[in-house]
Design a protein around this ligand. Structure first.
Ligand code: DQA
Length: 159
């Protein structure tokens, strides 16, 4: 049975499409989720998406992923990236592998965005590739879940 993949979108990402389009583009969250759902279905994986502006709700969702046998989480934690010990602790508690995604290149912006409470627990981080980062993260997660190899990947210290 193919394991489910969940996307978790943090605060203000419900406003994608109209929020600071010069930084985040014009694609809406609904469009991103539709693309992810279609792509996951094409590769035979159940997919669900969740967005919240509330830290505790995101913590609850990560716990639920741990209890539901979710195989991978794709998370854009938004501003909680830079502040949330609670979300970090939730990931440490459930041990569901995850990819951290940022639409913008956080290293090119204000210095406070360079610090992440999650990156060292993540399997990997995608930042600055726009909304395409979500698709690439999904592709990676499915490959990992299916044991699809990529030349040289087997030798890396990971997983
Ligand atoms: C973001 C970057 C964060 O610094 C910011 O707070 C966001 C979005 C991104 O996708 O580029 O809300 O995670």
């Amino acid at each position: 049975m193919s394991k489910p993949i969940w996307a978790i979108h943090g605060p203000n990402l419900n406003l994608l499409g109209s929020r600071e389009p010069e930084i985040y583009g014009r694609t809406t969250l609904a469009e991103i989720d539709r693309g992810l759902a279609r792509h996951a279905a094409g590769r035979g994986h159940p997919f669900a998406s969740f967005q919240s502006n509330h830290e505790g709700a995101i913590v609850d969702r990560i716990h639920a992923a741990g209890q539901s046998g979710v195989g991978y989480i794709l998370i854009n934690p938004g501003a909680f990236t830079h502040t949330s010990v609670a979300i970090r602790d939730a990931f440490a508690a459930v041990a569901v592998p995850f990819v951290e995604i940022h639409i913008s290149n956080v290293h090119r912006r204000e210095s406070f965005r360079r610090r992440s409470y999650l990156s060292d627990l993540a399997e990997g981080v995608i930042t600055g590739l726009g909304t395409q980062g979500y698709r690439l993260a999904l592709e990676f997660a499915i490959d990992r879940l299916e044991g699809v190899d990529w030349p040289g990947a087997a030798g890396l210290e990971q997983a």
